[in-house]
Design a protein. Structure first.
Length: 94
């Protein structure tokens, strides 16, 4: 069962890298980063709107938000390597 899940996640990651690279090729790194994060913010807002029952307390420590910084660095490095060596080589290197 886990193997099927891993294959599915691998396919989704491959598609994510491909579409992020394709988007950054035509719009540039910063514009594509902005679009990806706006779409994510809207998606989270929709889920939060329909799931009003959960009251989540967000942490105030700064190091909990470092994941966003690592996401930006990963996004840029994937887009740069996607332009230079292609999607399959980028996935093999990660």
């Amino acid at each position: 069962m886990y193997y099927i899940g891993n294959i599915g996640i691998g396919i989704l990651i491959s598609l994510l890298i491909f579409f992020n690279g394709f988007l950054s090729k035509y719009l540039g790194n910063f514009t594509s980063l902005l679009i990806v994060h706006i779409v994510g913010f809207i998606t989270i807002g929709i889920f939060k709107y329909f799931n009003k029952a959960s009251k989540i307390k967000y942490p105030k420590e700064f190091y909990f938000y470092l994941g966003g910084l690592f996401n930006i660095l990963t996004f840029f490095s994937q887009n740069i390597t996607m332009k230079n060596i292609g999607v399959s080589s980028t996935i093999i290197l990660s």
